[in-house]
Design a protein around this ligand. Structure first.
Ligand SMILES: *Cc1c(COP(=O)(O)O)cnc(C)c1O
Length: 370
């Protein structure tokens, strides 16, 4: 028997979550963002849950080829554009739309020989100072692009730095509106946080929205709103089993460094899951975990292959009990990846992207198949 750990990708949850995005931005088209191998879920595995989107957006040309290989004939957008001139050949061949965020990309396009004019998304640096043209340079870039025979259509794009937080998006929306005021073309601004929190504003949802994390069932503003609030379902479950049980007396300790000390008698379980599976080592005592669908807590340090959970109040659980590290548990129980991430001082994004290679992954298409 293999080690009992596994991850499950829930394609029905992916489809459900994308429908939630549509509810918040009803008249916009939806890009499903599948960068980083669909946020760690695996593009091919997640595909049945993603193919209801209007377009697929990603970074890697390799991933774009994989999406075409799945039979997708709809729009594909390269969110960082091309990285060198010869990437444009693949764009021509596969009909990829690409972001233009710096002058060299326009130079390359001007030299590119193609019978297939390209659709490009011109990116405004809205103050995040990662990618994009400054408001000052934006219009000149637009004029240059529209004059190129290699360009069929220019759309307009920006990315928010603070859609999930208190600073908000007002300044950046105003900047985008002012900079693009009299320019034609479709527009796209909103990531997950902007869709859920600000999608009621037509200029924010615009023509296309770009929800990434919400599709995978993690809250983009988890400090304020959990997945239940946003009606999202976890698209990834990480689960394992208890492979050892120990009885502690007051004064006994658990794990490396003896960081947890029992004050009284306790029963604990050892779970076949550790940081080499992608479970964060930074999760200290008290991180929530489900055993047989019941909430309890981790104890002591996470080791490479194992971690400990408190079974004291779960007398029916023991050896071989099912442990849900995050995601969907038995009997409709749910433990959001965001809660585990919070214990590690990070975000659900990082955890799902860091699921380790050694964890076998299975796909579930419905609640009954899990
Ligand atoms: C990753 C990304 C998104 C999606 O962001 P989420 O916070 O996951 O919704 C949208 N737009 C761009 C340009 C991105 O790189």
């Amino acid at each position: 028997m293999p080690r009992p750990i596994e991850a499950i990708i829930h394609t029905d949850a992916l489809a459900h979550n994308l429908r939630q995005a549509r509810l918040h931005a009803p008249d916009a088209r939806v890009w499903a963002i599948v960068k980083a191998n669909a946020y760690g879920h695996g593009i091919e595995r997640a595909w049945p849950g993603l193919m209801g989107a209007d377009g697929i957006a990603l970074l890697d040309l390799d991933e774009a080829q994989r999406v075409r290989a799945l039979g997708w004939r709809g729009p594909i957008l390269l969110l960082e554009g091309v990285f060198e001139p010869r990437d444009l050949e693949l764009c021509s061949r596969l009909g990829l739309w690409h972001t233009i965020h710096h002058e060299s990309q326009i130079d390359w396009l001007a030299l590119h020989k193609t019978h297939q004019p390209h659709r490009v998304f011109l990116k405004l640096n809205g103050g995040m100072n990662r990618l994009g043209f400054t408001p000052h340079a934006f219009r000149a870039a637009w004029t240059r692009l529209t004059a190129l025979p290699q360009v069929e259509e220019v759309s307009l794009m920006m990315h928010f730095s603070d859609a999930d937080g208190g600073r908000g998006i007002d300044e950046q929306v105003d900047l985008f509106t002012a900079t693009t005021a009299d320019l034609p073309g479709e527009r796209t601004l909103a990531n997950s946080a902007a869709v859920l929190r600000h999608g009621h504003r037509p200029e924010v949802r615009a023509d296309w929205v770009r929800p990434g994390i919400l599709g995978y069932g993690s809250s983009p503003d988890a400090d304020e709103h959990d997945i239940h609030h946003w009606g999202l379902q976890p698209a990834m479950t990480l689960r394992s089993r208890i492979i050892g049980v120990q009885h502690l007396h007051g004064g006994d300790t658990v794990g490396y460094g003896s960081t947890f000390e029992a004050t009284t008698g306790m029963r604990i379980g050892t779970v076949a899951c550790g940081y080499a599976d992608g479970y964060p080592r930074l999760c200290g005592t008290g991180t929530p975990v489900l055993v047989d669908g019941q909430r309890t807590r981790t104890l002591g340090r996470v080791s490479m292959d194992m971690l400990a959970v408190d079974l004291t109040d779960l007398p029916a659980s023991g050896l071989d009990s099912e442990v849900t590290l995050w995601g969907q548990g038995p009997g409709g129980s749910v433990l959001s990846i965001d809660e585990v991430a919070r214990s590690a001082g990070t975000l659900g994004y990082e955890l799902m992207c860091a699921l380790a290679q050694r964890v076998p992954v299975h796909v579930s298409h419905g609640p009954d198949a899990a």
